[in-house]
Design a protein around this ligand. Sequence first.
Ligand code: HEC
Length: 106
Amino acid sequence: MKIGIVLALFSIIIFACGAGGPEGPANYNNDEAKKLFKRYCSTCHGIDGKMGLNGAKDLALSTLNYDQRVILISNGKGAMNGFKGMISDEEIAQLAKYSLNFKNPE
Ligand code: HEC
């Protein structure tokens, strides 16, 4: 398990420093990420991120940045299970980026 966490942190560093800019994977694909979100996340968060089933947070109100989302999606929090090992790090990165779409403009 420890190695998994180290690898997760390592990939975050790689993603954070990647050519795709400060936030998100370089090969980000919004359509693919949307499909992944529908499949894995909408059961609690809803397609629009606002459903909030099982105490899930309204994603429009989340202030977490990209890196924090990668960690949260990997490891889970409260009633939200971690997705590490269930889906690939690549998919987690795509989903972290996608979930930023729901954020209210500041
Ligand atoms: C089993 C229901 C469930 C599923 C499935 C689920 N979540 Fe969550 N999510 C939650 C709950 C509950 C919280 C609040 C956790 C807490 O703060 O205790 C949460 C919190 C979050 C947050 C943090 C919001 C904040 O500001 O604290 C993000 C981002 C998030 N989820 C994204 C996702 C993504 C992306 C997926 C799909 C990979 C997903 N969630 C799948 C239930 C779920």
